[in-house]
Design a protein around this ligand. Structure first.
Ligand code: PEP
Ligand code: MG
Length: 747
């Protein structure tokens, strides 16, 4: 930018900043600002359009257009030139607006006399707030420098809006981050929670978008970039990186060292922005490009730039994850997405979890379930709408989140929580009773666990034992491989807490979305069908053997029940069991007490195993169906992909027939069979599974009560009759018929 324009720009930004300091309502400020901008840029018109809702823009202030149009003129996203700027998040610059594609004539504004139009988005790191427009009578194209100058102004407006400078009457101008917002996501884990927002990645707040001393700001920026570069170089100096990781990080480093990036930010500072606002300006531009780029490689690189900008902002502002800010009481974690390990680190402190992405089948969801924390997924835009400490209500049953709820909503919500508590009391009264259905059949209800903290539930829930102990959670919470003695101590405490009740320990199931921070991740095209679970155990038996030793020592003469995950064919089971036998011999030879009895099962999680030879069914001590994985492979539908996961019903006739096949094969061989996927914890599904002949179900502790309550009221033979009739009628899923039948039952 030529020096004269730079000086002009700085002057204008300073005047804008001064309007912030002056008293007055949002509307007065906006009016003053449009006047200032038109005056400074030398155009007859300057207008500010703000989003009224995500689809509608509203003219909120103008210099030059008819005043009566303010708060009246509206347009949809994509409509007219203003709507086009908003939709594409890129400037529109034309000397002949009426001839431009998509031009919309708005007689109420009196704009027909203006032929030049320049509109730029008002946005802040991916968050679109509105459009800033200047227009003039003379037909002329604005220069690149003028476009740039207006973008800088728009950046400052975005920061001012973030700071609440334009609040006042009218919805489009109400304070951001102050109004109640309702998010309709999807249910990830049932339950209701009231608490306060705790952002996994807190927003960085820039309080000083305009700076007086460009030299000092440039120095600050350079120092921060220097710090950033050192930290990125450090990432690359880690010795254990493989070639591919190095290649990815090299690209990342290239950006950190990019002269162009630094130069652009320095230009922004020269135009009057502070170092932080300069970083955000370039980040916003990169984000809007990101949304338009189809090429995967380019998208990755733009993501790199986004990530680097975040790091740079944290360095400059001292804000971020490690600010030491205290977590509020009753924290509700809000994040774009989160891995199971990270969620475990937060642990039971959390009252609820809300994710923008995520999926019901993910292990993060399973961890949320293990922790009995209500989870809502797909709450779009919640990370940009919420601030740390905001009051929030999480309805995990409906998949709804109320951010900054009003009193009425809060009251209704509290009533719901109270009703749920009452239901829990009812379930507690069933605690000591068996899940005996009216026909006399008893279904054993066990619970899934994976943390020491789960164990008190064994008493409280009324479960008969632990049908699935996911041992990988102990590995996921650590930053390094746990030692054998540590594991033995943990397993021993689990058995102590179980007081003789059966605990089925599942050996390590890593891979897929369960990534251990200390094991080199495999870059696999399809990790769910990749090198995971027993496949890793058999190929790298060191960890498996260590775990088996820990289990034997923990049992210390008591009964030991264990199962191997993801057995797809018999030889995997025989090989895994051979490791166990070798370890038993070795432990005995070392003088350790070996378990009183050892029960060894296989998890049936791939359809292939259901068709294994009879000899396999005779060889295993028990089979446990891992319904989550089995269903994903039966339907070829990724359990973590919400787009496909919901298409297929567990009560699909084909799937139930497949389960029936497994039930029959186990019955023929006299092999005990259980079901331990998440479906076992859903009362209707559990009822159908029991009716299909599954005599043991393992579920999250909170489900034991509701499932038991339903099973005790029903006659399984009758339910089976309904299922068979539905299947015979050609129904794709038996759900509608069973639901209808259930609704007609007394009580
Ligand atoms: C399953 O797949 O159903 C199962 C119980 O294992 P996980 O959910 O841990 O993969
Ligand atoms: Mg599984």
């Amino acid at each position: 930018m030529p020096e004269r324009l730079e000086t002009e720009s700085r002057k204008l930004l300073r005047r804008l900043r001064d309007t912030l300091a002056e008293p007055g309502q949002g509307q007065e400020r906006l009016d003053r600002i449009t006047h200032l901008i038109a005056d400074s840029i030398g155009t007859e018109v300057c207008s500010i359009y703000l989003f009224r809702d995500p689809e509608t823009l509203e003219l909120c202030a103008t210099e030059g257009l008819k005043r009566e149009a303010v708060h009246k003129t509206r347009m949809k996203l994509g409509e007219g030139l203003v709507g086009r700027v908003a939709r594409t998040a890129t400037p529109v610059n034309t000397g002949n607006a009426p001839a431009e594609r998509g031009f919309r004539f708005m007689p109420e504004t009196g704009e027909e006399i203006y032929s030049s139009f320049l509109g730029v988005p008002i946005q802040r790191v991916g968050e679109r707030l509105g459009v800033l427009v200047v227009q003039s009578r003379t037909a002329r194209q604005f220069s690149e420098d003028e476009v740039y100058a207006l973008e800088v102004v728009a950046m400052v407006l975005a920061e001012m809006a973030e700071l609440g400078a334009f609040t006042g009457e009218g919805e489009a101008m109400s304070a951001k981050h102050k109004q109640p917002v309702l998010f309709r996501g999807a249910a990830g884990q049932e339950g209701a929670a009231e608490g306060r927002v705790w952002l996994h990645e807190p927003r960085v707040v820039v309080t000083n978008p305009v700076a007086d001393d460009p030299v000092a700001e440039t120095e600050r920026l350079r120092a921060a970039v220097g710090q950033l570069r050192v930290s990125v170089d450090d990432l690359l100096s880690v010795e254990t990186l493989d070639k591919e990781q190095v290649a990815v990080l090299e690209a990342y480093r290239m950006f950190a060292h990019s002269r162009g990036w630094l130069r652009r930010m320095e230009e922004d500072i020269a135009a009057g922005l502070s170092a932080e606002a300069a970083v955000e300006k370039e980040q916003s531009t990169a984000r809007s490009r990101l949304e338009q780029v189809g090429d995967a490689y380019l998208r990755e690189r733009l993501h790199d730039l986004d990530d680097l900008s975040n790091r740079l902002l944290r360095i400059l502002t001292g804000q971020g994850r490690d600010t030491g800010a205290a977590m509020p009481e009753n924290p509700v974690l809000v994040a774009r997405n989160i891995g199971p390990g990270e969620l475990l680190e937060y642990g039971r402190k959390l009252r609820g979890v809300v994710l923008e992405e995520g999926s019901v089948g993910s292990h993060a969801a399973i961890v949320a379930r293990a922790l009995a924390i209500p989870l809502v997924i797909h709450a779009e835009r919640i990370t940009s709408e919420s601030l740390n400490g905001d009051p929030v209500l999480v309805d995990g049953d409906q998949g709804i989140v109320h951010l900054r709820p009003d009193e009425k909503v809060t009251r209704a919500f509290r009533e719901k929580i109270a009703m749920q508590a009452e239901a829990q009391v009812r379930y507690a009264s069933l605690r000591g009773l068996p899940a005996q259905s009216k026909c006399g059949t008893v279904t054993a209800l066990h619970m899934n666990a994976g943390l020491m903290a789960d164990l008190p539930s064994l008493e409280g829930s009324g479960a008969e034992g632990v049908g699935l102990f996911r041992t990988e959670l102990q590995f996921l919470v650590r930053s390094q491989m746990p030692r054998r003695s540590e594991l033995a101590a943990i397993y021993s405490r689990v058995l102590d807490a179980a007081r003789g009740r059966r605990v089925a320990f599942r050996t390590l199931d890593i891979g897929s979305d369960k990534v251990l921070p200390y094991l080199k991740p495999q870059d696999e095209p399809n990790p769910a069908m990749g090198w995971r679970a027993i496949r890793v155990g058999l190929d790298r038996p060191g960890v498996l053997r260590m775990q088996l030793q820990a289990l034997i020592r923990a049992a210390n003469g008591r009964k030991l029940t264990m199962m191997f995950p993801f057995i797809a064919q018999p030889d995997e089971f025989t090989a895994a069991r051979a490791h166990l036998m070798r370890e038993l011999d070795r432990e005995a030879a070392l003088g350790h007490v070996i378990p009183e009895s050892v029960e060894v099962g296989a998890m049936l999680e791939t359809p292939s195993l259901a068709f294994a030879p009879d000899s396999f069914f005779g060889m295993v001590d028990f089979i446990s169906i891992g319904g989550n994985d089995l269903k994903q492979f039966f339907f070829a539908a990724d359990r973590e992909n919400e787009l496909v996961r919901r298409r297929y019903d567990t009560l699909n006739s084909g799937f139930l027939q497949f389960l029936d096949h497994i039930v029959r094969r186990c019955a023929k061989a006299g092999t005990p069979l259980s079901f331990c996927g998440e479906d076992a914890g859903r009362p209707l599904e559990a009822l159908c599974l029991a009716a299909m002949g599954l005599r043991m179900l393992s579920m999250r502790p909170a489900s034991v009560g509701p499932v038991k309550s339903l099973l005790r009221r029903m006659d399984l033979a009758e339910v089976r009759g309904v299922i068979d009739t539905a299947m015979a009628s050609g129904a794709q899923s038996v759900r509608p018929q069973v639901t209808e039948w259930l609704a007609a039952q007394p009580g």
